[in-house]
Structure formats: structure tokens, C-alpha cells
Design a protein around this ligand. Structure first.
Ligand SMILES: *Cc1c(COP(=O)(O)O)cnc(C)c1O
Length: 368
């Protein structure tokens, strides 16, 4: 008999769709009466865009954002014709017709995209467009001057939504938040018929004056803390555990791993575990990450290899130390943001790097 895929997998990623739905409901309640949409770009921040979006449709979400046309086409196939899907990066030259075919709303970020879209809208039925006005991010979006020059054009192409994006929403005291809000208010004043949206995950927590008509969280749905420095109001949505392949005794003075950078200062027990940077577990966790084994913190020691990591399990309960048992790498003790802090990055990066080699298990939300 071949063992089932979960029992032979080197590492298992559990995705708790119930937690994602609970997070969406928390954010929707916070943003009400503004509508809560969902950003599922980059394959739903690594969790699986189709699975996440389908669970959110069931919970009542009916507007989604992705980054690229191909993400939009795939999501349209997964969700069917009904939910609205907007593509943040907008149409590349020559791709506008694909948006119409898949009924994707383009986010129009510059005068060329507006121009290309207007040529289509004169010919037939198109999904409504979203206009992105830059208010201080200087990344995508119409500059204030371009926006002013495009007002009449925008009104004529069936644009239905107006968005902008905050640069410092995770730092509530940052003065740019109020400046961006003022600029966004001014833009909305010029196009009062459009539904307006400014806040992503962290922006929702800046207060009702940032909510406008709709909000568009992504990372917070997946459990990343939208209020860094304060307790996380979101539920963890992923659990990652990797299997111990070998347990070994090691003497004081022996080195561990590539580069012989870690030396044992006392004899101990090591577990070699089936996870590495090829799984998207960041190599910058070398010497600094940790895992949890039945309630005991076990430090990652030495350099992380491509397919393997070494943990000092000397402190773990002996009964837990056998090949095949699993060390938890993301979970209740050590969340996405904790791993990110140790790796010198952000939770977004940890999630969107989650690898293709994990065996994935989806936990469906409870019915009702
Ligand atoms: C990624 C993105 C979002 C979602 O941001 P989160 O911080 O993940 O909530 C919203 N709007 C735009 C324009 C984005 O690029």
C-alpha cells in the first residue's frame, strides 16, 4: 500500500478557509457601511486564489482584485460570471479586448490605458472601468495633472469606480495618510458619480474617514497583522509543519551545516527537517528562525539548505523525537509575522513565497 499524500509529504501547509472568512467578516464589520471587497492577487497571497475567493463568495463578497490579466482570467474561470473582478495593473498595450472577453474590470492607471479603453467602449458593451488616481504613492495611477486633464474623457468611458492607494497606512501617525486622503477627496469631488475606495488592510484601521464606498483588504484576510506594533486582530490562516527526517546526537564542538558556521557549545540532539529555501522558507532564517515541537521552542541552527533545515531539539520531550513527527513552522506559537520579523521581511513576503512542494490541505469554513 502506498501511504496517502499527506503522510508521505515532507511538509504540509494547512489553509484555514474558515479563518479567512472570519477575517473578511471582521473587516467587513469594521468598514460598514462601506462595502468590503477582497484582494486575491499573487494566487491569493500564496493561499490559492480560487479556493479563497470561492469561500469569500459564499460569505457574501462579490468584488475581487487581482494584479494581472492572467490572474483575472483564471479567477473568472474559477468563480463563474457573477462576481466583479478588477485587475490592478490595468491592460498592457493590445490586451484590452481580453478584459472584455473575460468581463474583467480594468484599473486604468494612465492616460494611455484610458485612451485604449475608450476606443473599445465606443464599439460595444464593456465592463465598467476603475480609475486609479495617484495621491502620494508615485507607483501606478494618474498624476493629479493627468487626472485633471482626463476628467471629461473618464466620464465618457463608463468608469464606475475611483481608487487610490495609501503608502503609510500601517503607520497611523504618518502625515502622508491625511495628505493622501485630502487629495483623494479632491479627486472624488471632481467625479462624484464614481464609487470610491482608498483603504487596503491597514487603511481600514485608520478610521471611518478612510473607508469611503468600499475597502479592499488582502493581507489581513490571510492573517497578516494590519496594525503592526499592536495585537493582531486577525486569525492565523495558515499552518505549516515539516517532517523530521533524522534525529541525531551531536557532540560539543561539532559544527552544523554548510560553511560550518554553527558550533555546538554542548552536546545535544539535532533534528534534520524536510524544508528548505526551495520551499520558499526564507534562507535569511539561517541561524535565527525557530520551530515548535509539542509546545517546546526549537531553534533553527546553522544555514538553511535548499531542501533541509536543522533544529536543535535538545529541549524537546524525548517521546516526540522520532523520524516522521512534525515540527510546526507557522502556527499559533510562531505566526506569519514572527517568521517575517526573524527573516528580516514582512508577512506578505512569507506568504507569497510559500512553495509549490508543500502538500496542501484546505479546511473549509463551517457551514452556516
Ligand atoms: C496589494 C494591494 C492591495 C491590498 O493590500 P493589503 O495591504 O494586502 O491589504 C490593495 N490595493 C492595491 C492597489 C494593492 O496593490
Amino acid at each position: 500500500m502506498t501511504p496517502d499524500p499527506a503522510s508521505r509529504a515532507g511538509a504540509i501547509l494547512e489553509i484555514d478557509l474558515g479563518a479567512v472568512v472570519a477575517n473578511w467578516r471582521t473587516l467587513a464589520a469594521k468598514a460598514a457601511p462601506a462595502t468590503c471587497t477582497a484582494v486575491v492577487k499573487a494566487n491569493g497571497y500564496g493561499l490559492g486564489a480560487a479556493r479563497v475567493a470561492r469561500a469569500l463568495v459564499t460569505a457574501g463578497c462579490n468584488r475581487f482584485f487581482v494584479a494581472t490579466l492572467d490572474e483575472g482570467i483564471a479567477l473568472r474561470q474559477a468563480l463563474g460570471p457573477k462576481p466583479e473582478i478588477a485587475v490592478l495593473n490595468g491592460p498592457l498595450p493590445g490586451s484590452s479586448e481580453e478584459f472584455v472577453a473575460a468581463r474583467l474590470m480594468p484599473v486604468l492607471n494612465d492616460p494611455n490605458q484610458i485612451e485604449a479603453w475608450s476606443r473599445l467602449t465606443t464599439r460595444g458593451e464593456c465592463p465598467p472601468a476603475m480609475i486609479h488616481v495617484d495621491t502620494g504613492m508615485s507607483r501606478l495611477g494618474l498624476s493629479p495633472m493627468e487626472f485633471e486633464a482626463s476628467i471629461e474623457h473618464i466620464a465618457s468611458i463608463g468608469a464606475a469606480f475611483l481608487i487610490s492607494h495609501l503608502a503609510c497606512a500601517d503607520t497611523p501617525a504618518h502625515p502622508l495618510n491625511a495628505i493622501q486622503r485630502e487629495r483623494f477627496l479632491a479627486a472624488r469631488h471632481r467625479l462624484p458619480g464614481l464609487k470610491a475606495g482608498l483603504a487596503a488592510s491597514s487603511g481600514i484601521f485608520l478610521g471611518p474617514e478612510f473607508h469611503f464606498d468600499f475597502v479592499r483588504p488582502g493581507a489581513a484576510l490571510c492573517g497578516v497583522n494590519p496594525t503592526p506594533g499592536s495585537p493582531n486582530p486577525m486569525h492565523q490562516a495558515v499552518r505549516l509543519a515539516a517532517r523530521m527526517l533524522q534525529i541525531r546526537k551531536i557532540d560539543s564542538g561539532e559544527s552544523v551545516g554548510y560553511g560550518a558556521e554553527h558550533f555546538m557549545s554542548r552536546p545535544g540532539l539535532l533534528a534534520t527537517v524536510s524544508i528548505g529555501y526551495a520551499d520558499g522558507w526564507p534562507r535569511s532564517l539561517s541561524h535565527r528562525g525557530c520551530g515548535w515541537l509539542a509546545g517546546t521552542r526549537v531553534p533553527l541552527i546553522g544555514r538553511l539548505s535548499m531542501d533541509l533545515a536543522t533544529f536543535d531539539v535538545s529541549a524537546a520531550a524525548p517521546a516526540e523525537l522520532y523520524p516522521g513527527n512534525m515540527i510546526e513552522l507557522i502556527g499559533e506559537h510562531y505566526g506569519v509575522d514572527d517568521a517575517a520579523a526573524d527573516a528580516g521581511t514582512i508577512g506578505y513576503d512569507i506568504l507569497t513565497s510559500l512553495g509549490a512542494r508543500y502538500h496542501r490541505i484546505y479546511r473549509e469554513p463551517d457551514a452556516g
